[in-house]
Write a new protein. Sequence first.
Length: 246
Amino acid sequence: MNITIKMDGLQDTIKKLQDISAHKVPKVAAMALTATAKEFKKTITDMMPQVFDRPTPYTLKSLYLLPATPSNLTATVWFKWGSLFQTQHYLAPHVYGGGREFKKAEILLQNRRLLPQGMYMTAGGGARLNKYGNISGGQMTQILSAVKAFPEVGYMMNITARSRKRNKNPRQYFVGRPGGGNKPLGVWERYGAGRRHVRPILMFVKKPSYKKRLPFYETAQSMMQPTFRREFIRLADETIQFNKNK
């Protein structure tokens, strides 16, 4: 998100420029742009718990700010680049609407030809969820290890060794359609006496579609002009006062 400010109609601001030496105007403008971007970044971050259900700390810290400089009067606020497996940030669909990119675990299962192309995963009724409502990282690691989805042999051996040490009766996960093919395709766990029962851990579903939930650009458009004007006047006054006291 490039925050671009036009100074049309800002008569008070223009008057301030007359009291500041020409070489200091870009510096004041850059500081005002950066201050505007900081306030916008905080506004969007504060909005996330209202928009998302139990956002993780990673989500709440997902925005970065690239400050403006006197030679480049543009401040940028956007989401930090995600996984190498992603071409866009996982929150982008909530800004634009539409589908999301594949998660790393989904790509690993696709590479093993366990997750059909074009399908995604969602937590099943038997999944262990963390306090944010997502499947726990530990269980996901167990699943990927059990179905041999990790590409790194050394890492796979370390995971297996640690798992055996912690649990002599590891959980039995498999990909398929249990119940004679009557149950939906996904990752299931065998449990109970003789491992005769199964429960759904991850279900394979069609591409999810998200509605626009995070008013990122709308918020920027509504707040950047008045915020920049306020910050520019404040910083210009401070600069003028500083010059007088020198």
